[in-house]
Design a protein around this ligand. Sequence first.
Ligand code: MN
Length: 735
Amino acid sequence: MKTELVIDLEAEKQEILKRYRALLRASKSTLQKGDKKEIRKAFDMALESHKDMRRKSGEPYIYHPIAVAQIAAEEIGLGTTSIVCALLHDVVEDTDITLEDIEREFGKKTAKIIDGLTKISGVFDTNSSLQAENFRKMLLTLADDVRVILIKLADRLHNMRTMDFMPRHKQLKIASETIYLYAPLAHRLGLYAIKSELEDLSMKYLDPDTYKFIAKKLNEKKAERALFIKKFVEPIDEIVHEQGLVADVYGRPKSIHSIWNKMKKKNIPFEEVYDLFAIRIILDSAPENEKADCWKAYSIVTDLYRPNPDRLRDWVSSPKGNGYESLHTTVMGPRGQWVEVQIRTQRMNEIAEKGFAAHWKYKESSNDNGLDQWIQKVREMLSNPEANALDFLDDFKMNLFSDEIFIFTPKGALIQLPLGATALDFAFEIHTDVGATCIGAKVNHKLVPISYKLQNGDQVEIITSSKQTPKEDWLNTVVTAKAKSKIKSSLKEEKRKIAENGKEILERKMKSLKITYNTDNIQKLSYFFKLPSTQELFVNVALGKIELKDIKEYLSSEKEVESRAPERPENLTVDMVKNKIKGSENDILLIGEDQQKIDYTLAACCNPIPGDDVFGFVTVSEGIKIHRTNCPNAAQLMSNYGYRVVKAKWNKQQELTFLTGLRIVGIDDVGLINNITRVISTDFKVNMRSITVDTNEGIFDGSIMIFVNDTEHLENLIKNLLKVRGVTGVTRFDA
Ligand code: MN
């Protein structure tokens, strides 16, 4: 359908001005003398330079920088310099304006931030394999001026909010990067509201069915929940005020993404997720009364409702590394339902919502500098030039999301480590040499091995020995990115020495077998022994894992090796794969922009079936693999190897069947299994591959592997299984 677009330019101009004035109102609290003029100047420059550009939606482009500036001001709490930078964030990249122009008009600082923003704007947009390396560069700017990252997050948030007009494959790519990197980054910077929104928006595009399902379920019980919250809050509110505290008490829904995570983690249906919302008590306290008031409120809540002793979290006494301060408890509600209650002051709440910027504002009055420590850690990690960019990214990402524990040194100094950290992590945190020579530790005066998992509040003393050196399996013992990268570089050095030795041995061995020692033959040997690199070959020789007789074996099969020389992964393109593989007769999947029929295999990690939302991934040796867009590996694949992702769509009409798994739970009853298998085999004529059943005290829990045609077929089957008496839940599983 074609629609003629008639643009009312006058109305548009009015709308632009309206949005600009809204931005000014949002930034009012931080405005100082002369600021308004600066913002106007930036707005005029952006307006003029973007004047002929439009967004995919057809709207004037200027809406975007205004919106980004508004997010920066309102949702992150940034000041004038950032607002100016946000307004101008796309001009150097997309228009004739140069960095010199910016510096002349707005000064050095603004030019530097915009330079940072321009540099990282290409981070994920290019078709290169260097995304990880680019991300590392982006983090370097974080160590420089964190405002670059904060404005980038505002930019990403607005793009995610307005992604409906993008083609599907772009939506998938952008949503994947967001869930893989930007949401963890927002989390680490303490921007909880933005983090949750980024997660929900990503899920909306990556897993639309589940997203809609949970949204619908939430909506159905909205009124009922509101009533429950009102009844729960009323007595708290009353007593809090009686005792002279000034407080705002309310219920707040949890995000769709966090509910889905809980369902997956605990393997429970929506109905069994108890914390669909949390209660917040936000206190208006004088700085000196903050802590006492929080505990007073805690005492009021736990007098009214019985607390779960395992669920008290005190981030008031020891704030999280990203600055988060709050008191959390879970109490039993009037209807026998656990309810989470979060208690904090207005100052703490502002830090919780706006993160870094708010933290900065209150810095003088706060004795915590966890965020500074974190940025210092980022600098340390980045300063290790040897780390492989992708490894670095993985380690780094893990550290972005983890919670902290607090550990004491023998002298009583406090060290923050991620949850799950071991004695060895602690050793590396103290000093690289202490880590490298660590043989054990004393935790609270008791001797423990290096792999001991530290608990919050432990006091740790490290025991070292000059004979100790880092070992390969230490990589599984540590969780901090710092320890990992130190161990890796030390192992690498060690390996280099061993390889050198092995190289000499191999040279001698080859000579005795009359094989010429050259690059070609060395590579053939590595391939023969299925080793990823010639260095690995040398190491294996040095360690005696490859002996003379093995090399002889290679000689006898050399001819065969030549006929199947390995494919070089770097040179593999989608086109090559397409040319290499002839479309088979049974293709029911259309792949690539031109929707060709080419060969593929279905990924075992998510077992896609027709009807699932899918994409193709070009693998090094196995052609194109088809994954579901909500596959647990999808975000990682799409954000790191975007250039290898190809579009894929099911071509409906086939009679083929696909293997998938169903988990059926219920109340055990006579004939239950019979009834289930009757529905599957007789009513639906579906073939079963396997069935395993556990019954425990009357609870039935079964896993059935079946062959179905497509998602519609599967959904109908699930619907009918749910009608079987005794069955309470049927869910699809992947592995
Ligand atoms: Mn932008």
